[in-house]
Design a protein around this ligand. Structure first.
Ligand SMILES: [Zn+2]
Length: 320
């Protein structure tokens, strides 16, 4: 019997203990449950989509900011709920701001996408790769024609791309075209192998503009000249003169022109591909006024805009 009463007491004690434990558990459970519910509901409400997409692209920038919230996430479990909610809010701000930064630069880069059916202009920056071309001196400093040609040619490329044309460069001054254009007799990329490059791509190219700067024995000779192949020579194309006329008209609308800007050449290899071709001598390296212009970014842009307008006028009237 005593054992029965002892058992009863034990049972009562156990029941009391269970009740106390249950009430304690209930008390703590409610607090523990409210914390995650509070933070998880808040998180998805304000940022469920950004949280799934943003971290993928933004892992690196948010590495430093992501660490503090992770370490602060523990305290709220004990008591401080509002602290956890505030931290994610600050983390979300940079995460959502960052993706537009990555999308913004990609948009302008892809903007000038030329139509594959648009005409293709081949631009040939004269000289380069060890061949400086003509030299000019201004205020005691010597300038190379090849450098100026390349600057103007690259600006022309951009202007034509902006107008929706396709552009092929014979070179960009940095990389040599394929080795097949170099031979034992022409170990460097020169006028012969760049002409071969033009001929090999003849089916894709609608017109050729070779960019050069001129020299003269007299320093008073100045102005732009536009060379086309003389009638009757191999590779002559009658459209070359039309192209040159369009260039001259467009440049004349922007600048004063020297007399007789159109010239006929007999032996300029770059004009002999059979494609409508003009060799533009932008100005004289030996004339200080011309050389000042040739070195001016403002002048280069104005000149190139005129050339691009002339090419545009030619293509609209002569190429479907
Ligand atoms: Zn030249």
């Amino acid at each position: 019997m005593p054992s029965q009463s002892t058992l009863t007491w034990i049972v009562i004690l156990l029941l009391v203990l269970i009740i106390v434990l249950l009430s304690l558990c209930l008390y703590f459970d409610i607090r523990v449950i409210t914390t995650p519910i509070f933070s998880t509901t808040k998180a998805p409400v304000s940022s469920a989509p950004p949280l799934t997409t943003a971290p993928d692209s933004e892992t690196k920038p948010s590495v430093t900011t992501a660490i503090p919230p992770v370490t602060q996430a523990k305290p709220p479990v004990t008591t401080k709920v509002p602290v956890t909610t505030k931290v994610p809010v600050t983390t979300k701000a940079p995460v959502t701001q960052a993706p537009p930064v990555t999308t913004k630069p990609s948009t302008p880069v892809t903007t000038p996408t030329p139509d594959p059916d648009a005409p293709t202009v081949c631009i040939d920056p004269g000289h380069g790769f060890g061949d400086p071309g003509a030299l000019g001196t201004l205020n005691g400093k010597t300038y190379y024609e090849s450098d100026i040609n390349l600057e103007i040619a690259m600006k022309l490329k951009d202007a034509l791309l902006a107008l929706g044309y396709n552009v092929v460069m014979t070179h960009d001054g940095k990389t040599l075209p394929a080795d097949k254009y170099l031979s034992e007799s022409s170990p460097k990329f020169n006028v012969n192998n760049r002409c071969q490059l033009i001929k090999d791509n003849k089916s894709k190219i609608d017109l050729v503009v070779s960019v050069h700067c001129n020299t003269a024995s007299s320093s008073s000779v100045k102005g732009s000249r536009y060379y086309i192949l003389k009638y009757g020579y191999t590779g002559y194309n009658a459209k070359s003169e039309t192209l040159a006329d369009n260039l001259i008209d467009a440049v004349f609308a922007a600048f004063d022109l020297a007399s007789k800007p159109l010239r006929y050449a007999e032996n300029l290899a770059v004009l002999k591909s059979g494609i409508p071709s003009v060799l533009v001598e932008c100005g004289f390296m030996t004339n200080s006024s011309d050389l000042t212009n040739l070195l001016s970014q403002w002048w280069q842009t104005k000149y190139v805009t005129a050339l691009a307008n002339g090419i545009d006028a030619y293509c609209k009237a002569n190429i479907q």
